[in-house]
Design a protein around this ligand. Sequence first.
Ligand code: GLC
Length: 477
Amino acid sequence: MNILYVSAEVSPFSKAGGLADVSGALPTELAAKDEQMCVITPLYSIVDRQQFGIYPTGMRNQIMMGNTRFQYHIYESHREDNSNHRIYFIENTQFFDRSGIYTHANGEGYEDNTWRFLFFQLCIIDLLKRGVFHPQLIHCHDHHTALIPLMIRAMEYPASVLFTIHNFDYRGHFSEGDLSLLPRDIAKKVRQFDHTEWSAMAMGLEFADAVNTVSPTYAEELLTQPGLSYELHEKLNSIQDKFSGILNGADEVYWNPLTDPHLSHHYSVKDLSGKKQNKSELQQYCGFTDNPEIPLVGSIGRLVESKGYPLILSSLEALIDRGVQFVFLGSGSQDIAQGLKRFSEKYPKQVSYHGEFNESLAHLIEAGSDMFMMPSKFEPCGLNQIYSLKYGTIPIVHHTGGLADTVIDWDGKFGTGFVFNTYSAIDFLHAMIRALDTFSDKDTWYKIQMNAMTRDFSWRASAKAYQQLYHQLTMGR
Ligand code: GLC
């Protein structure tokens, strides 16, 4: 089947979060299952054209937004040697020549994000109109691409559309004024919705043939907890028949301690000596005491409240008192970054904070830490806890969304991590202490590591679920 896969981030070209990892890995897996995957994404100036062999195709055109004409050029990466898997980029310097993907360095979103991603979507519609692509199915991701289903239906384009939600917190709101940027017939359709707030997400829910999110538990929570689906709670419940949850997988080569290209010391569940060497390297990198007996806890994530940083910040002092070492990687909110920085200045031998995204360090943290904390308030899927499990780095997580679907609480007999049920600092601290106490019992710890490392988190099952959904949707058309 011909599939057009549209995403605002695709790893390894551009990455702000897990969406990129999924958009890098899922099409690869589907192409291996003989689907014709054509991935399309913006060509941000941060994308390394040389490294990835990205060249102009010579295709260019212009689209109208309101009364203004904008040019776009199509580029293609020659990195994939698989004819089933092609990667195209939309280039326009005005919109994509920035130092970030969505935000300024201080974490504030670009003021013209509505324009930028509307432009991206209009270019895709233009390419479809001109017959450059002939997909039977279009797979859209998150609000940056959520107007495509509406536009596809309005132009009566003969393809099915699947809309995947990676995070309901970002819905792509727009105002009355923004409507003038849309083609008139589309704006008219949007006006028919008497929402107090218009959002791209609402349009995606309404017009896609099917909608899914990235874990079964998050899907359930969105339907049952109005606090998670906000003003679209009723709308979401009204489309239950076409809504589902499919758990993300993890790339089997890139996130595998035996083959990870970023690691100097490889290891597997059969022999964890490489993990010890990674720990020593990480301790040295952070300027900590290089000692295998000291528990080392990793954390990687966008610095936003919903990832549980308030719980971490209020428990850190108590955990530092127990001699634990902490390494943090992540950027975002200035307040959270300042909080972590203050700890790292006060306790340089125990807390290390890295604000610049660094892919190699992310891999070293996953491999070298003993534990990984991810106390997210809610979590659509979460990938770092999955990488942690695969690396024998025991996760401490809140029982929510994809975290609940992937980590099994250690009950003294079986388990792959430490899970707490109520989102509170005290419950998080208890789970941390439970993990630290267990860590000192080497045999038990190894048992948990074995349980974690031998679970299957490959894309196989999930890719199959997507493939079935694709076929089901196109058959119905
Ligand atoms: C978003 C979600 C995260 C999910 C990722 C990929 O970043 O916040 O939970 O794992 O998308 O689907």
